[in-house]
Design a protein around this ligand. Sequence first.
Ligand code: SAM
Length: 217
Amino acid sequence: MNFSKILLLLTTGFSVVSFGITGCTTPQQNSEAETQQPAVIVQQTDTPTPTTTAQPQERPGDVPYVPTPQSVVDAMLKVAKVGKNDVLYDLGSGDGRIVVTAAQKFGTQGVGVDINPERIEEANQNAQKAGVSDRVKFVQQDLFNTDLSKATVVTLYLLPDVNLKLRPKLFKELKPGTRIVSHAFDMGDWKPQQTLNVDGKTIYYWVVPENIPTNLQ
Ligand SMILES: C[S@@+](CC[C@H](N)C(=O)[O-])C[C@H]1O[C@@H](n2cnc3c(N)ncnc32)[C@H](O)[C@@H]1O
Protein backbone atom coordinates (compact mmCIF):
# COMPACT_ATOMS: atom_id res chain seq x y z
CA MET A 1 0.00 0.00 0.00
CA ASN A 2 1.41 3.38 -0.85
CA PHE A 3 1.84 6.24 1.59
CA SER A 4 -1.24 8.22 0.49
CA LYS A 5 -3.48 5.14 0.81
CA ILE A 6 -2.18 4.51 4.34
CA LEU A 7 -2.84 8.13 5.29
CA LEU A 8 -6.35 7.88 3.85
CA LEU A 9 -6.89 4.68 5.82
CA LEU A 10 -5.81 6.37 9.05
CA THR A 11 -7.79 9.54 8.51
CA THR A 12 -10.98 7.84 7.38
CA GLY A 13 -10.68 4.53 9.25
CA PHE A 14 -12.03 2.71 6.18
CA SER A 15 -11.20 -0.96 6.33
CA VAL A 16 -8.50 -2.27 4.04
CA VAL A 17 -11.16 -4.45 2.45
CA SER A 18 -12.93 -1.35 1.21
CA PHE A 19 -9.83 -0.59 -0.80
CA GLY A 20 -9.68 -4.15 -2.09
CA ILE A 21 -6.37 -4.55 -0.29
CA THR A 22 -5.61 -7.57 1.85
CA GLY A 23 -2.99 -6.07 4.11
CA CYS A 24 -0.33 -3.44 4.57
CA THR A 25 2.94 -5.19 4.02
CA THR A 26 5.21 -2.28 3.24
CA PRO A 27 6.49 -0.45 6.28
CA GLN A 28 6.12 3.25 5.72
CA GLN A 29 8.71 5.85 6.47
CA ASN A 30 7.50 8.67 8.69
CA SER A 31 10.78 10.42 9.21
CA GLU A 32 13.72 11.44 7.16
CA ALA A 33 16.07 9.86 9.68
CA GLU A 34 16.95 6.27 8.81
CA THR A 35 20.26 5.73 10.55
CA GLN A 36 20.54 2.33 12.25
CA GLN A 37 21.08 3.16 15.91
CA PRO A 38 20.11 1.37 19.09
CA ALA A 39 16.90 2.62 20.68
CA VAL A 40 17.48 5.07 23.48
CA ILE A 41 15.04 5.94 26.21
CA VAL A 42 14.15 9.62 26.53
CA GLN A 43 12.74 9.68 30.01
CA GLN A 44 10.76 12.41 31.61
CA THR A 45 11.88 13.18 35.13
CA ASP A 46 10.34 15.19 37.92
CA THR A 47 12.44 18.20 37.02
CA PRO A 48 10.56 21.04 35.31
CA THR A 49 12.88 21.13 32.32
CA PRO A 50 13.48 17.66 30.91
CA THR A 51 16.76 16.88 29.21
CA THR A 52 16.16 15.46 25.79
CA THR A 53 18.69 12.95 24.59
CA ALA A 54 16.93 12.06 21.36
CA GLN A 55 18.71 9.67 19.04
CA PRO A 56 18.29 9.25 15.30
CA GLN A 57 15.26 7.13 14.42
CA GLU A 58 16.33 3.47 14.48
CA ARG A 59 14.17 2.48 11.51
CA PRO A 60 11.16 3.79 9.59
CA GLY A 61 7.92 3.57 11.56
CA ASP A 62 5.16 1.11 10.71
CA VAL A 63 2.48 3.80 10.79
CA PRO A 64 2.58 7.49 9.79
CA TYR A 65 1.69 10.13 12.34
CA VAL A 66 -1.98 11.10 12.40
CA PRO A 67 -3.30 12.38 15.74
CA THR A 68 -6.50 11.07 17.30
CA PRO A 69 -9.12 13.86 17.61
CA GLN A 70 -9.52 15.00 21.22
CA SER A 71 -13.19 13.91 21.38
CA VAL A 72 -12.08 10.39 20.41
CA VAL A 73 -9.23 10.44 22.96
CA ASP A 74 -11.77 11.35 25.66
CA ALA A 75 -14.10 8.54 24.59
CA MET A 76 -11.24 5.99 24.50
CA LEU A 77 -10.30 6.86 28.08
CA LYS A 78 -13.92 6.77 29.16
CA VAL A 79 -14.67 3.33 27.72
CA ALA A 80 -11.53 1.95 29.43
CA LYS A 81 -12.60 3.63 32.68
CA VAL A 82 -9.04 4.79 33.33
CA GLY A 83 -8.26 5.93 36.84
CA LYS A 84 -5.42 6.99 39.07
CA ASN A 85 -4.35 3.40 39.76
CA ASP A 86 -3.87 2.62 36.08
CA VAL A 87 -0.66 2.46 34.11
CA LEU A 88 -1.54 3.39 30.54
CA TYR A 89 0.73 2.58 27.58
CA ASP A 90 0.07 4.30 24.27
CA LEU A 91 1.94 2.34 21.60
CA GLY A 92 2.89 4.84 18.92
CA SER A 93 2.15 7.83 21.12
CA GLY A 94 2.55 10.70 18.65
CA ASP A 95 2.33 14.06 20.40
CA GLY A 96 1.41 12.28 23.64
CA ARG A 97 -2.20 13.44 23.77
CA ILE A 98 -3.68 10.16 25.04
CA VAL A 99 -1.11 9.74 27.82
CA VAL A 100 -1.23 13.44 28.75
CA THR A 101 -5.04 13.60 28.77
CA ALA A 102 -5.27 10.49 30.98
CA ALA A 103 -2.79 11.97 33.45
CA GLN A 104 -4.46 15.39 33.43
CA LYS A 105 -8.07 14.26 33.74
CA PHE A 106 -7.75 11.03 35.72
CA GLY A 107 -4.34 11.14 37.42
CA THR A 108 -3.22 8.07 35.46
CA GLN A 109 0.44 7.07 35.22
CA GLY A 110 1.34 6.86 31.57
CA VAL A 111 4.03 5.69 29.18
CA GLY A 112 4.10 6.79 25.57
CA VAL A 113 6.27 4.86 23.12
CA ASP A 114 7.16 6.28 19.75
CA ILE A 115 9.90 5.43 17.29
CA ASN A 116 10.12 9.01 16.02
CA PRO A 117 12.30 11.37 18.11
CA GLU A 118 10.35 14.43 16.96
CA ARG A 119 7.16 12.97 18.40
CA ILE A 120 8.92 12.22 21.69
CA GLU A 121 10.14 15.78 21.93
CA GLU A 122 6.66 17.16 21.20
CA ALA A 123 5.09 14.79 23.72
CA ASN A 124 7.52 15.83 26.44
CA GLN A 125 6.73 19.48 25.73
CA ASN A 126 3.00 18.77 25.87
CA ALA A 127 3.37 16.91 29.17
CA GLN A 128 5.27 19.82 30.59
CA LYS A 129 2.67 22.37 29.41
CA ALA A 130 -0.08 20.25 30.93
CA GLY A 131 1.83 19.95 34.22
CA VAL A 132 1.84 16.15 34.22
CA SER A 133 5.54 15.44 33.71
CA ASP A 134 5.72 13.72 37.08
CA ARG A 135 3.16 11.10 36.02
CA VAL A 136 4.16 10.36 32.42
CA LYS A 137 7.19 9.38 30.43
CA PHE A 138 7.86 9.11 26.74
CA VAL A 139 10.21 6.50 25.39
CA GLN A 140 11.86 6.60 21.98
CA GLN A 141 11.61 2.97 21.06
CA ASP A 142 10.10 0.45 18.69
CA LEU A 143 6.76 -0.61 20.17
CA PHE A 144 7.52 -4.21 19.20
CA ASN A 145 10.53 -4.12 21.55
CA THR A 146 8.65 -2.57 24.47
CA ASP A 147 8.00 -4.50 27.67
CA LEU A 148 4.25 -4.23 28.26
CA SER A 149 4.04 -6.21 31.49
CA LYS A 150 3.34 -3.19 33.71
CA ALA A 151 0.42 -1.88 31.63
CA THR A 152 -3.14 -2.01 32.92
CA VAL A 153 -4.49 -0.12 29.89
CA VAL A 154 -3.08 -0.11 26.34
CA THR A 155 -4.17 2.34 23.66
CA LEU A 156 -3.53 1.97 19.94
CA TYR A 157 -3.99 3.96 16.76
CA LEU A 158 -1.96 1.91 14.34
CA LEU A 159 -3.03 0.02 11.21
CA PRO A 160 -4.92 -3.25 10.69
CA ASP A 161 -1.87 -5.35 9.89
CA VAL A 162 0.15 -3.76 12.71
CA ASN A 163 -2.62 -4.57 15.22
CA LEU A 164 -2.59 -8.18 14.03
CA LYS A 165 1.19 -8.40 14.25
CA LEU A 166 1.02 -6.97 17.77
CA ARG A 167 -1.75 -9.28 19.02
CA PRO A 168 0.48 -12.23 20.09
CA LYS A 169 2.69 -9.84 22.07
CA LEU A 170 -0.36 -8.36 23.80
CA PHE A 171 -1.54 -11.85 24.78
CA LYS A 172 1.95 -12.87 25.94
CA GLU A 173 2.86 -9.81 27.99
CA LEU A 174 -0.36 -8.27 29.29
CA LYS A 175 -1.94 -9.46 32.51
CA PRO A 176 -5.49 -10.84 32.34
CA GLY A 177 -7.89 -7.97 32.90
CA THR A 178 -5.75 -5.43 31.04
CA ARG A 179 -7.96 -3.18 28.91
CA ILE A 180 -7.06 -2.42 25.30
CA VAL A 181 -8.61 0.38 23.29
CA SER A 182 -7.97 0.89 19.59
CA HIS A 183 -8.94 3.85 17.47
CA ALA A 184 -10.16 2.88 14.00
CA PHE A 185 -8.83 -0.67 13.66
CA ASP A 186 -9.85 -4.01 15.13
CA MET A 187 -7.87 -7.18 15.88
CA GLY A 188 -9.24 -9.59 13.32
CA ASP A 189 -10.74 -12.70 14.93
CA TRP A 190 -10.45 -11.29 18.44
CA LYS A 191 -13.88 -9.74 18.71
CA PRO A 192 -14.14 -6.56 20.81
CA GLN A 193 -16.32 -6.39 23.92
CA GLN A 194 -17.52 -2.97 22.83
CA THR A 195 -17.49 -0.94 19.63
CA LEU A 196 -18.31 2.75 19.77
CA ASN A 197 -18.76 5.45 17.20
CA VAL A 198 -17.60 8.93 18.13
CA ASP A 199 -17.71 11.79 15.64
CA GLY A 200 -17.57 9.31 12.79
CA LYS A 201 -14.57 7.41 14.21
CA THR A 202 -14.74 3.84 15.49
CA ILE A 203 -13.33 2.78 18.85
CA TYR A 204 -12.78 -0.89 19.78
CA TYR A 205 -12.49 -2.15 23.37
CA TRP A 206 -11.18 -5.50 24.65
CA VAL A 207 -10.21 -6.98 28.00
CA VAL A 208 -7.39 -9.56 28.05
CA PRO A 209 -9.00 -12.87 29.11
CA GLU A 210 -7.63 -15.26 31.71
CA ASN A 211 -7.25 -17.95 29.06
CA ILE A 212 -6.48 -17.03 25.47
CA PRO A 213 -8.90 -18.87 23.13
CA THR A 214 -7.04 -21.47 21.07
CA ASN A 215 -8.08 -19.93 17.76
CA LEU A 216 -6.25 -16.74 18.75
CA GLN A 217 -3.01 -18.32 19.98
C1 SAM B 1 -1.44 7.17 13.85
S1 SAM B 1 -0.20 7.85 14.95
C2 SAM B 1 -1.03 7.77 16.50
C3 SAM B 1 -0.55 8.81 17.49
C4 SAM B 1 -1.28 8.80 18.85
N1 SAM B 1 -1.31 7.48 19.44
C5 SAM B 1 -2.67 9.30 18.71
O1 SAM B 1 -3.59 8.45 18.71
O2 SAM B 1 -2.88 10.52 18.58
C6 SAM B 1 0.95 6.48 15.00
C7 SAM B 1 2.26 6.77 15.71
O3 SAM B 1 2.99 5.55 15.79
C8 SAM B 1 4.38 5.81 15.66
N2 SAM B 1 5.01 4.56 15.23
C9 SAM B 1 4.94 3.96 14.04
N3 SAM B 1 5.60 2.79 14.06
C10 SAM B 1 6.10 2.64 15.30
C11 SAM B 1 6.88 1.62 15.95
N4 SAM B 1 7.26 0.52 15.32
N5 SAM B 1 7.19 1.82 17.24
C12 SAM B 1 6.82 2.93 17.91
N6 SAM B 1 6.09 3.92 17.34
C13 SAM B 1 5.73 3.78 16.07
C14 SAM B 1 4.43 6.94 14.64
O4 SAM B 1 5.65 7.66 14.75
C15 SAM B 1 3.19 7.77 15.02
O5 SAM B 1 3.51 8.80 15.91
